[in-house]
Design a protein around this ligand. Sequence first.
Ligand code: AMO
Length: 442
Amino acid sequence: MERTLISELGQKVGEVALIKGWVSVRRDQGKMVFFDFRDRSSSVQGVVLPNSAAIEIAKEIRQEYVVSVEGKVNQRPEKNRNDKVQNGDIELEVLQITVLAKAEPLPFDMSLEGYNLELTAELDHRALTLRHPRLQAIFKIQATIIDSFREYMKSQDFFEFQAPSIVPAVAEGGAEVFQVDYFDKKAYLSQSPQLYKQIVMTAFERVFSVNKIFRAEPSATTRHLTEVVSLDAEMGFIDSWHDVRDMSEATVRHILNELGKKCAKELELMGATLPQMIENTPTLSLTEAFAKLQIPADKDLNPEQERKLCEVIKEETGSDFVYIYGYPTRQKPFYVYPNPEEPEFNEGMDLLCRGVEWLSGGRRINDYAQLMEHVQKWEMDPQKIEMFLEAFRYGAPPEGGFAFGSERMTMQILGLKNIREATMFPRDMNRIDGLLSQDTDE
Ligand code: AMO
């Protein structure tokens, strides 16, 4: 008999079907045994009646056994229906069970209601906790964010390219970078595909990439990882940084719409509501942001100020998002375009959502002479970025771009307290799957 996915059992009422999956729950009621079976598509209740040939084996099966089950799909009696769960109107009358793999007793409660692990234990046991519906919901939402980013970029004629992870120079500033021994040379793990996306832009005009970036973040905060999935875009022939802002705003709008359409069930399970994006997202210069907070202007907003600003904006406009632009030029990387009227401030921007930065971007310098001026002022070695400079020496249009961190987006959309919850296998200064402090030097 061919396998039927559990989500399709509803179409087979009255028939015998074969399902394959895991045992989420077993309830032994003496004469009868009840199961919840799950596969990648859904879950369903199974019942083994006293006279079933499967009753003996049913009593030996535990949670997380992998089984193949033949059973008759029955409509549940009216009084036993449960509209709140999937397949709440049907049940599988088990005729035969084959054990495909056994499972040892679970080290903790994995039921929907009983699951209650500290974050450290949850991460230590990722191999098991990933089976929990709550965690599956988090990563389905993240996958949808990444898919929707890709989808929207392609719909706007952006070309996808693969950025390298091993690079010869630091794009975003020196401190937070992992150095690697590259044969007998020094190299780095890429902090950002920034210079590469700009190079590729000069050939393909509109480009994007979905790739890992690495930051040697020396502190263990709730919003920083050392390995991030970065959603990057770069576009030529802009009239001003507003074009970049607008493209990033339209991208977020698309992602939120897709989440609403494709992940309603997951959002409900997580008790999450999508952030509100109003028609025109409030956009403030950094100076205006400090004025709104009624505090003296500084180089950047700190996390507490970002949180406060988002609260004020939410109250005033209903928007969960706010753009900040116009950062002090010397505080940011060399490639960011200085405002021609006020060159000490740049045309870089950040997008904050619910108190946390989701995105950075803005206009870049495309004029070769101006770029070389910045390379000197920033005391960079032009030889190390020669490939980048070559692209701009030979004609590059006015341009800009942006990058989102997919984990930050997932975290803020779901209201998670720690970015590690929004990362399947998080890396930070204390963890590479196992806790580093538990490692022995071999
Ligand atoms: P930036 O350094 O601001 O900009 O990074 C862009 C976005 O990536 C995410 N992010 C992180 N998320 C978790 N942990 C980290 N350590 C971390 N670092 C960054 C954030 C952030 O907004 N080249 C520019 C982008 C551009 O201008 O196009 C850049 O890298 O969500």
